[in-house]
Design a protein around this ligand. Sequence first.
Ligand code: NDP
Ligand code: PYC
Length: 336
Amino acid sequence: MTVRIPFDGLVTLLAEIFRQGGCSTDVADIIAQNMAAAERDGARSHGVFRVPGYLGSLASGWVDGKVDPVVEDVAPGFIRVDGRNGFALPAIAAARAQLVAKARTNGIALLAIRNAHHFSALWPDVEPFAREGLVAIEMVNSMASVVPHGGNRKLYGTNPLGFAAPRRVGDPLVFDQASSAIANGDVQIAAREGHHLPPGFGVDASGAPTTDPRAVLDGGALLPFGGYKGSSIAMMMEIMAAALAGGNFSFEVDFRQHPGAATPNSAQTLIVIDPNMGARGDFAARLEVLVDELRAAGQDRLPGDRRYANRREAMTLGVPLSSAEMAYLQKVARPG
Ligand code: NDP
Ligand code: PYC
C-alpha cells in the first residue's frame, strides 16, 4: 500500500533519524533535505532506501556525522575542501557561496572536495546553481563496483556525472547519470523486488554475463554504459574527482573493517560557469533554440522532465512511500 507524507514532514522525520544516528543538527538537516528531495522526485535509488546505509556508516564509525569541513581558497577560480571524513553534502554547502561568487567574478570556478562521502543523487547539487543562472557540472567517484571495458575485475565506481543549465523560463535543463549501465542502488532495489536486470548490465562472480541482480551484488560487478565509451567517462570521473581533489580512487575505498558501512570516502569536483560570459551573451536564447529543435525532432521527454513531474505531484499530494517504508522510518525515528 502507498501512503503519502508532506514533503516538510518527511524532511523533519529524516532529520530526526540522522540526528539520532550521530549527525550534528546541521548535517542531519542537509542530508534529510537531500534525501526527501530524491524521494519526492521519484529518484528512489537515493531516497529513503538509503537510510540504512547512512546509519550503518555512522554506527560503524566509518564516517563522521558531526565534523566541520575545511574550506581553502587556493586561487581565483579554485576552492579546495577537506571533508574530514564527513559527508559530501555539508562540504558542498560550506563552499557554495564562495564558489558562486568566484564563478560570477571569474566566469568559471572549480570546487574540489576530498575525504568526503557522497551517497546521494547529483541533481540536487547542480540544479540550484542553474536556478541562479549558472551552468554546473559535477563529477563524483565512488567505490569499486564496475569492471572497466575489457577488464576482469571491478575497479571503477558507478561514478556519476551531473549537469545543469538555466532555461530562459521554467525549470533548468538537468541530467544526472551513473557511468555504469545502472546505478548500484537500482540493482539493490531490483534484487529486493525480485526483478531481473536488462542484458548487458552486469556479470556474476565468475565474470559471466547475468541478469540476476543478486549475482551482481554477491561478488559480481556492473558494466559501464555504452561499452568503452562509458568506461572512459568512468575513468574521467576518477581523474577529475579523486586525482584532482586528492581523494581516494574508487578501488581504494575499503570499509570491510566497518560492518554495516555503505558510504564511499571518495572525492567530488564541481565546475560552475557563468554562461553570460560566452561570446554572444545569449546563452538562454540559444538553449531554447536547441530545446525546440529536440522537441521538433521527436524527443518528447527531456532529462529532468520525469523528475519535475513527480515533484509537482508530490508537492500537491504528498511524497509517496510504501507503508513498509513509512513504518520503518517511524520505527527508527523512535527507537524502543
Ligand atoms: P537514469 O538512467 O535513471 O537517468 C539518467 C538521466 O537520464 C536522468 O537525468 C534522467 O532524467 C534521464 N533520462 C532517463 N530516461 C530518459 C529518457 N527516456 N529520455 C530522456 N532522458 C532520460 O539514472 P542512473 O541510473 O544513471 O542514476 C541514478 C541516480 O543515481 C542518479 O541520480 C545518480 O546521481 C545516482 N548515483 C549516485 C552515485 C554516487 O556516487 N553518489 C553513483 C551512481 C549513481 P530524469 O531524472 O527526469 O528521469
Ligand atoms: O547507486 O551506484 C550507486 C551509488 C553509489 C554511491 C551512491 N550511490
